[in-house]
Design a protein around this ligand. Structure first.
Ligand code: GDP
Length: 139
């Protein structure tokens, strides 16, 4: 099932460093329409739930602690081929390996504090969007 939607978060490092505006600008200029957006914070319990798939990974504890360290911006985005195009726009997980001009290359400092999240599949985009937004907020 293809929905043409993806889910993103601007992570605590990028929010703290004042990059919200520049990142949203780059996202909309790349042709993504904002369907829903909110500025909020994750408790460590919520961050653990969001990243449940990584629970057994060695970096899980650091990831939860980082993602609950400050405010984030959560958003649902719409565009043809949204998942793939957004992953291209943000660049590799490790900003050192991200292509020049990508959001992570421009705004991220390290593999853990990597500025933005982007869903890796249609299924996960839906699960992640539902985690943050009620049915009427994402209509
Ligand atoms: P993504 O889909 O590109 O975000 O990457 P993954 O799904 O593989 O990992 C999820 C998130 O976990 C990444 O965006 C990073 O914030 C974090 N992460 C991944 N690898 C590492 C690592 O080796 N160390 C730490 N501390 N965090 C990591």
């Amino acid at each position: 099932m293809q929905t043409n939607r993806t889910f993103t978060m601007i992570k605590p490092d990028a929010v703290a460093n004042g990059h919200i505006g520049a990142i949203i600008d780059q996202i909309t200029k790349a042709g993504f329409k904002i369907v829903a957006m909110k500025y909020t914070s994750l408790s460590s319990e919520m961050a653990g739930q969001f990243y449940d798939i990584h629970r057994e990974r060695p970096f899980f504890k650091d990831l939860v602690s980082f993602m609950s360290s400050g405010p984030i911006v959560a958003a649902i985005l719409e565009k043809d081929n949204a998942i793939e195009d957004f992953r291209k726009l943000i660049g590799a997980t490790d900003p050192q390996k991200a292509e020049v001009g990508t959001i992570r290359q421009k705004f991220a400092k390290s593999i853990d504090a990597n500025a933005v999240h982007g869903s890796d599949s249609d299924e996960n985009a839906q699960i992640e969007g539902n985690f943050f937004f009620s049915a009427f907020e994402r209509a």
